[in-house]
Ligand binder design. Structure first.
Ligand SMILES: Nc1nc2c(c(=O)[nH]1)N[C@H]1C(S)=C(S)[C@@H](COP(=O)(O)OP(=O)(O)OC[C@H]3O[C@@H](n4cnc5c(=O)[nH]c(N)nc54)[C@H](O)[C@@H]3O)O[C@H]1N2
Ligand SMILES: Nc1nc2c(c(=O)[nH]1)N[C@H]1C(S)=C(S)[C@@H](COP(=O)(O)OP(=O)(O)OC[C@H]3O[C@@H](n4cnc5c(=O)[nH]c(N)nc54)[C@H](O)[C@@H]3O)O[C@H]1N2
Ligand SMILES: [Mo]
Length: 705
């Protein structure tokens, strides 16, 4: 029985961190045709109730807007190859059999190789409740240190830089709606016109400065577009700081009262005068000066970073350099101005503070901190000494598969498509004794799994998500899951039971998990203890930190930063090259990213015909026409893009506005169209973020189409 038969269910889109408010109406199979005619999206008649979506006009973030992925999200509930029954070695099995195989496999691997030979890979797509229970399951039921998640690919550099500078990592330390009143917004390596379209409604008034090697849809709306070579943002940010200081545009009072470390940071930026910066980045000195003056001249300004600046082997330092610029201008912690990083995944924010990261316990606590361990161990009813220490980061964990790690549970990721050097990742996954994938579609990673567990989706489950502005939102159930499908929480609970633990310690009910999570985060940096389902039900806008009795914190840092002395910290960073530079054999810089109509590894969106029609069904490579012609390629030709690690087949798209030394591929496609066959797994030394945004490639024709 559909609960939404009584009316609309207010929930949020299943995709990105904007978490647009949506209203779902159950239409039932018989109503699907009618709904399809009047509403852009309705589930095709299936053997479970259909649902139609429309944007929630009252939700302040999307203001009645929704992107094409959001409009078509209900189709995901009824895709033809949706997983509806557990699979053991590709054959349908009962839940009892599948869970028994998993539990026996985990026990066998642990007996042979020790507890750390079992590992968990989580996701920023998981609700807060799932992320929390997954971390507890790994540390308690498996007793393993080996848990990390795809947020390592996404927000880890931004998080590391924000923690160091501000003492806390909340992607946007202010509500999205604040952006609308700014005069100038600088976006470094973000393309929200495609990755968060409704966000653009808040960017109509401010003048935009966009830093992107490509002339994206976002750059096309900018007052100023700077086009650096991929991997040179750190130099660019130092160059901007140089102009600001050299021209006397800093906020000296703010620097003196609210920060530390300006001199050390400035001593590194000293050599980055505009002409020097131009030689390294390719951005004309005159544009650099114009950008710095525009920012400094604004009464209200924001600096935002996206993955383009962050996904580098120097991503942490690059974000830090943009933070330095923001601090020099006195932006962070001021109403109407600020610094922020655009969190990507639906629950990318909650996912990084509730304990599925290798070095973290819930509440953004460090797993190496004795007080944090004692607090969480008390909530979990275990001996603090029994909690494992920090584990490997995502790329390192994937590299250890079949070597030190022999069993892997994947919840909410498709690493064979989305991880760097994907050819190697496939080899490593294939070397496992046991690979278990929980998903609702047969992803490319699920296709390699020994056991596949079919789970419920967004509109079929309850939970909470924390959006890019740190606001905790309710995901509400509009439909019952199809028969045969369980929730991720039910899976974890049943597995814990089979491993000899009390299932009550791993509750499958989202409100019960949330109650426990409140206690576990109490007193932590990301304190959720004052948030409850009851409070969220009233529609109150609750932003963490929210200790008990608190109204929550929409705007951080207004009085003080989160370091003990209340000050923000400049980082003394300098530029360095990308881990791989062009060579005679591989003369071009390849960068990767997203298109409007596809999401991430594409496991979800490549199954939706309207989205495939919009994006094209095959991988493409954007190339400057001169560069293409030099490689003997014309628009529409099929090309091999080759790096030292692998080869990707892609259709050539001429792009006259692109830098001639750069090509761009989306990473949403699989098999030989997977861009990650090319990418470099070189890691940032602090965040352990891989270098998705630069590798050296060459182009070759494979024959015209
Ligand atoms: N349609 C769509 N929307 C999404 C997603 C999706 O897959 N599809 N994913 C969600 C997630 S998880 C995330 S993390 C966000 C990501 O959101 P964004 O950060 O906006 O996405 P990207 O396309 O990865 O990167 C942004 C831009 O960085 C540029 N870039 C590449 N290399 C460099 C460089 O060296 N320097 C600079 N300055 N720019 C560079 C690219 O040309 C690209 O236009 O999007 C979220 N929203
Ligand atoms: N070359 C290149 N590679 C990149 C990037 C890039 O810019 N360039 N960006 C990186 C970034 S920022 C990110 S975030 C990653 C993301 O890449 P992935 O980690 O692969 O993320 P998704 O494609 O979203 O995969 C999610 C999988 O989990 C399933 N899923 C979704 N929700 C749930 C749930 O609640 N429970 C369960 N059990 N399953 C669920 C989906 O069906 C899908 O199969 O890609 C990274 N890879
Ligand atoms: Mo992401």
């Amino acid at each position: 029985m559909s609960e939404a038969a009584l009316g609309d269910t207010a929930t949020h889109c299943p995709y990105c961190a904007l978490q647009c408010g949506t209203l779902l109406t159950a239409t039932g199979p018989e109503a699907a045709d009618v709904a399809a005619a009047s509403v852009p999206a309705a589930v095709p008649a299936a053997d479970f109730p259909a649902v139609a979506v429309r944007p929630d006009p009252d939700f302040p973030v999307n203001l009645g807007g929704l992107c094409q992925k959001g409009w078509t999200a209900p189709e995901l509930l009824g895709v033809a190859d949706r997983l509806r029954v557990p699979l053991v070695h590709g054959r349908p099995a009962s839940w009892d059999e599948a869970l028994d195989v998993v539990a026996a496999g985990l026990r066998r691997v642990q007996e042979r190789h020790g507890k750390d030979a079992t590992a968990v890979f989580g996701s920023g797509s998981l609700t807060n409740e799932k992320a929390y229970l997954l971390g507890k399951f790994a540390r308690v039921a498996l007793g393993t240190s080996q848990i990390d998640y795809n947020g390592r690919f996404c927000m880890s550099s931004a998080a590391a830089a924000s923690n160091a500078a501000f003492g806390i990592d909340r992607g946007l330390p202010f509500p999205v709606t604040d952006l609308g009143s700014a005069d100038v917004v600088l976006i470094a390596g973000g393309n929200p016109a495609e990755t968060m379209p409704p966000l653009m409604r808040h960017l109509e008034h401010p003048r935009l400065i966009v830093i992107d090697p490509r002339r994206t849809r976002t750059a096309a709306q900018a007052a100023l577009h700077l086009q650096p070579a991929p991997g040179t943002d750190l130099a660019l940010a130092l160059g901007l700081l140089h102009v600001v200081v050299a021209e006397g545009l800093t906020d000296a009072a703010y620097i003196g009262q609210r920060t530390h470390g300006f001199e050390a940071a400035w001593s590194r930026a000293l050599s980055w005068w505009p002409e020097h910066t131009e030689r390294v980045t390719g951005v004309p000195a005159v544009l650099l000066r114009e950008a710095a003056r525009m920012l400094a001249g604004a009464d209200r300004a924001y600096i935002l970073t996206g993955r383009g600046a962050e996904q580098h082997s120097k991503g942490t330092d690059t974000v830090a350099a943009f933070v330095n610029l923001a601090l020099a201008l006195g932006l962070p912690g001021r109403v109407g101005s600020g610094f922020g990083c655009l969190t990507g995944q639906g629950n990318g924010q909650g996912g990084r503070e509730l304990g599925q990261k290798a070095d973290q316990l819930p509440g953004y606590r460090s797993i190496a901190d004795p007080a944090a361990r004692a607090h969480v161990a008390a909530v979990w009813g275990v001996d603090p000494a029994s909690l494992p220490g920090p584990g490997r980061s995502a790329v390192e964990l994937l590299g250890a598969l079949g070597r030190d790690v022999h069993a892997l549970l994947v919840f909410g990721s498709n690493p064979v498509v989305s991880a760097p050097d994907a050819g190697r990742v496939r080899e490593r996954l294939s070397a496992l004794e046991l690979l278990v994938v929980s998903d609702f579609v047969p992803s490319e990673t699920a296709a390699l799994a020994d056991v596949v567990l079919p789970v419920a989706q967004w509109a079929e489950e309850e939970g909470t998500m924390t959006s890019l502005e740190g606001r905790v939102l309710r995901r509400r159930r509009a439909l019952t899951p199809p028969p045969g499908v369980r929730t991720d929480l039910e899976v974890l609970s049943a597995l814990a039971g089979r491993l000899g633990f009390d299932e009550a310690a791993f509750p499958a009910s989202p409100p019960a998990v949330f109650e426990e999570l409140r206690a576990a985060t109490r007193g932590g940096r990301a304190d959720y203890s004052g948030i409850s389902y009851a409070r969220l039900e009233t529609g109150e806008a609750l932003y963490w930190p929210c200790p008990e009795g608190s109204p929550g914190t929409p705007r951080l840092f207004l009085d003080r930063f989160a370091h003990p002395d209340g000050r923000a910290v400049f980082a003394p960073v300098d530029h360095r090259d990308a881990a791989e530079l062009p060579s005679d054999l591989y003369p071009l810089l390849a960068t990767t990213g997203r298109v409007l109509a596809q999401y991430q590894s594409g496991a979800q969106t490549r199954r939706i015909p309207a989205l495939v029609k919009a994006s094209g069904a095959e991988c493409f490579v954007e190339v400057h026409p001169d560069t293409a012609e030099r490689a003997g390629l014309a628009d529409g030709d099929r090309a091999w893009v080759r790096s030292v690690r692998g080869n990707t087949q892609a259709v050539v798209r001429y792009e006259g506005s692109l830098r001639p030394d750069t090509v761009f591929l989306p990473f949403h496609f699989a098999a030989e169209g997977s861009a990650n066959l090319l990418t470099n797994p070189a890691l940032d030394p602090v965040s352990r973020m891989p270098e998705f945004k630069v590798c050296a490639v060459r182009l070759e024709a494979v024959g015209t189409r």
